[in-house]
Design a protein around this ligand. Structure first.
Ligand code: ADP
Length: 499
């Protein structure tokens, strides 16, 4: 198969692998992030946002952070210039493959970005959802380790994100071929423990020849479980909020006991938000920019744009949902909850939904447009620009999530003066305080039609109380969810590894 990189790499400079030394750059810590997503290169959810921001802020604070991820066929790939950093050849079981590491040439993201090209395997349009995802992400991880093994210097820490990179700590420790990297510290951040990358034991031969006495480290509930292997073998494990870490001990899709055993090496660190991108005063995706002083007019102007586009009545409170239409987000409850809420409010509310996911939920939400025209609309799909406009133009953001590791949506909405209406779980619990307790949001306990309807009724009541609404909006817009705090906590974690 032809090497895809040949077709689009604008300029090719074969470089020695000397970029890898943080000492050369006189910086403090050398951090390699390994991830399946990174905004704006490729994003499916919060993982992308975090990996697009955390390294940038680590670099701003004087460290040398970089990201390596698969080379998908995304717009970003074709719109930027690349150099070839390394070409290698390795194997996944019996399959030998060539891989190429390309590097973004101009540091446009504020950190060095490396992409792994493996012919035919990674260079596809979507990030996930292929029958051979196991092979894709396993080969990706093997290529990353092989590449790092060719560096002149070892990285200070390898920071893995979710199950797509969670086999790396095991490979470093127990694959003979990479013995040289055994002492490289690893951190695994869990953005979502629902997805664990399970595979059958027949695929254990994919991993570079490993110490067969260590099979127990790969295993959980009789399958080869990459996320579990990462939790067992990474030097430290972090989750994206404290409450989520606590919840994982009782509800983590089968890993509960493991989180209980390993709690000593787990730390919760709340995500920040990237205010270079998420700031209503500078956001180029929104039609009218605003700050705390111009918030009321600014939000109204943005709301008008949405109401015109989606045929909604701008007099009514506008309640939006943005996210993946999956069980975790309780999107399946939305159709009934919206019907019940509009019924109880006698049509004096608007709902606007943006997302995609399970087909039956998409279908149900699409069907409602006919019956609820004027009060309801939906956009099925992924639209970054529309999401920004919705954070800006909405009055309320609804998040009934059953599971919410951190949740970025509520933090974006607060930055844009949009009141979060959230289920009291995970990161939502850690970031939203109910207005009844002197806070700036609305919290409810269950992802049920009854609780959501009650919460929406509270939202409609506060919408009429403009003084209280403005107090909440002003307060939440000034909350500090910047990355600096989280970056410091990650540095503390790295430092605790004493490298
Ligand atoms: P997740 O569990 O999906 O990672 P998060 O709250 O951590 O949830 O992050 C979700 C991110 O994805 C936010 O930036 C949100 O705006 C974005 N997002 C989700 N669905 C869509 C969509 N359909 N269109 C645009 N952005 C979306």
């Amino acid at each position: 198969m032809q090497n895809v990189t040949k077709f689009f790499v604008h300029q090719i400079f074969l470089t020695k692998l000397e970029h890898n030394s943080y000492k050369d750059k006189g910086r403090e810590m050398d951090i390699l992030h390994v991830s399946a997503e990174c905004y704006p290169v490729a994003k499916a959810g919060g993982l992308g946002d975090v990996v697009g921001a955390l390294p940038k802020y680590q670099c701003k604070m004087g460290h040398y952070a970089k990201v390596v991820m698969p080379m998908y066929r995304t717009k970003f790939l074709y719109q930027h210039e690349w150099t070839i950093d390394f070409k290698g050849r390795t194997n996944m079981g019996n399959w030998w493959f060539d891989y190429t590491i390309i590097k973004e040439k101009n540091n446009v993201l504020g950190f060095d970005l490396f992409l792994v090209d493996i012919n035919g395997l990674l260079d596809r349009e979507k990030i996930y959802g292929y029958a051979d995802d196991t092979e894709r992400f396993t080969a990706f991880q093997i290529a990353v380790v092989d590449w790092v093994n060719h560096w002149e210097h070892k990285p200070g820490v390898i920071h893995c994100h979710d199950h797509h990179s969670a086999l790396i700590p095991f490979i470093l420790k127990h694959s003979y071929q990479y013995n040289r990297l055994q002492d490289v510290p690893t951190v695994l951040t869990i953005h979502n423990a629902q997805y664990q990358g399970w595979m059958g034991w027949d695929k254990s031969i994919y991993l570079p020849v490993w110490d067969r006495w260590k099979g127990g480290l790969l295993e959980w509930n009789k399958t080869l479980n990459p996320l579990a292997a990462g939790i067992k073998t990474a030097w430290k494990v972090t989750t994206v909020s404290n409450s989520y870490l606590e919840e994982l001990k009782y509800m983590s899709n089968g890993l509960e006991k493991l989180f209980q055993y390993e709690q000593g090496k787990c730390v919760g660190i709340l995500n920040g938000i990237d205010t270079d991108i998420w700031n209503p005063a500078t956001d180029e995706y929104i039609s009218h920019q605003y700050d705390t002083a111009t918030m009321t007019e600014g939000k109204l102007a943005n709301k008008k744009v949405l109401c015109e586009r989606f045929n909604l009545n701008e007099e009514n409170p506008l309640i939006v949902f943005i996210g993946r239409m999956v069980g975790e987000k309780a999107a399946d409850v939305l159709p009934d909850a919206i019907l019940a809420s509009l019924y109880s409010l006698q049509g004096n509310a608007n709902f606007l939904i943006l997302g995609s996911g399970e087909p039956h939920v998409e279908w149900q939400l699409s069907q409602l447009t006919g019956a609820l025209s004027g009060n309801y609309n939906v956009f099925i799909g992924y639209d970054e620009a529309l999401s920004h406009q919705m954070y800006a133009g909405a009055d309320f953001l609804l998040m009934p999530s059953r599971v919410e590791p951190c949740g970025l949506n509520q933090m974006y909405s607060m930055k844009y003066g949009t009141v979060p209406v959230v289920r009291n779980t995970g990161g939502l619990h850690d970031t939203v305080l109910d207005m009844g307790d002197g806070g700036w949001g609305i919290r409810f306990e269950h992802a049920s039609v009854g609780d959501i309807t009650h919460a929406v009724n509270r939202a409609a009541a506060v919408y009429k109380d403009k003084k209280e609404l403005t107090r909440m909006q002003q307060h939440m817009m000034k909350l500090d969810h910047s990355w600096e705090n989280a970056v410091q906590q990650y540095l503390n974690v790295y430092q605790s590894l004493k490298f």
